[in-house]
Design a protein around this ligand. Structure first.
Ligand code: SAH
Length: 221
C-alpha cells in the first residue's frame, strides 16, 4: 500500500512486490514457483468487475459460476507438486487458465481440461496471446483423466471430489505426484498429496482448503 492508501495508485512494481510478499508470508517459498508466479500476471485471467482485485490474495468469480483460486493456494499446490522441467502434467479444472499458465513455465507440457467449453476457449485465447505454446486445453470430464495422453508425471485437480478419482490414480506414473482437494463441497476439504509408489500410493494431508466441486459430465456453456 502506498502513502495515499489507494491500491489503484500503486505502481505495477509495488503491486508485484506486495503480491509476492503475500505469497511468501503464506508459505510459498520455492524459488521456481515464485519466479513463475512473478512472470504470469494474474490480471490477464480476471475480467470485468473483479479485474482490479486480481493482485489480492483471494479467490475471485470467473465465468460459468466458477472461481479463480486464491494465489497463495495456487502457489502452495504448485510447490507441493514439485514439477520437473521434463514433466508432462495434467490439470483437471482449467477455470481461468491461471494455474495452467504457471505450470507451463515449470513443465514440458501441460494438458488442462475443463467441463465448460467457454472456459476452455477463453483460457486457450489467453495462452495463445501469452505465447504459452506448451499448454493443451481440452474440453473433457476430468474425473476420467485423459487416457490417450496418460500416464502423467504430475496431476493437479482444482475442484474437490469426495475421494481421489480412480482413473486419475491409474494415470499417474510410478514416482508421480497428484495434488488435489478432497471432501464434500461446502464442508471441510483437505488438500492432499498422493505419491504413486512401486506398489500402492502414499497419502499426505497438507492443509484445509475450499474449492468448487468436481462435477460429472460436461457443462452446457
Ligand atoms: N484452476 C483454475 C480454477 C478452477 S475452478 C484457475 O486457475 O483458474 C474449478 C474448475 O473445475 C471449474 O472451472 C469447473 O468447471 C471445473 N470442473 C469441475 N468439475 C470438472 C470435471 N469433472 N472435469 C473437468 N473440469 C471440471
Amino acid at each position: 500500500m502506498t502513502g495515499s492508501g489507494q491500491p489503484d495508485e500503486e505502481s505495477a512494481a509495488e503491486r508485484k512486490m506486495r503480491f509476492l510478499y503475500a505469497l511468501r508470508s503464506r508459505g510459498v517459498t520455492d524459488a521456481r514457483v515464485l519466479t513463475a508466479m512473478e512472470r504470469i500476471d494474474r490480471g490477464h485471467f480476471v475480467r470485468g468487475l473483479f479485474a482490479e482485485r486480481a493482485y489480492e490474495d483471494m479467490p475471485l468469480p470467473i465465468a460459468c459460476g466458477q472461481t479463480i483460486s486464491q494465489p497463495s493456494v495456487v502457489g502452495l499446490m504448485t510447490q507441493a507438486l514439485n514439477v520437473q522441467p521434463r514433466d508432462t502434467v495434467l490439470e483437471v479444472g482449467t477455470g481461468s487458465g491461471y494455474q495452467a499458465a504457471i505450470l507451463s513455465l515449470l513443465a514440458r507440457r501441460v494438458y488442462t481440461v475443463d467441463r465448460h467449453r467457454r472456459l476452455v476457449k477463453e483460457a486457450g485465447e489467453i495462452f495463445r496471446d501469452l505465447g504459452l505454446v506448451n499448454i493443451v486445453p481440452m474440453v473433457a470430464d476430468g474425473s476420467f483423466g485423459l487416457p490417450d495422453q496418460a500416464p502423467f508425471d504430475r496431476i493437479i485437480v482444482t475442484a474437490a471430489a469426495e475421494d481421489p478419482p480412480g482413473p486419475l490414480l491409474a494415470q499417474l506414473k510410478i514416482g508421480g505426484i497428484m495434488v488435489l482437494p478432497v471432501g464434500q463441497s461446502d464442508t471441510v476439504q483437505s488438500l492432499i498429496k498422493v505419491t504413486r509408489l512401486a506398489q500402492g500410493y502414499d497419502y499426505e494431508e497438507l492443509r484445509p482448503v475450499r474449492f468448487v466441486p468436481l462435477v460429472e459430465g460436461l457443462g452446457n456453456e
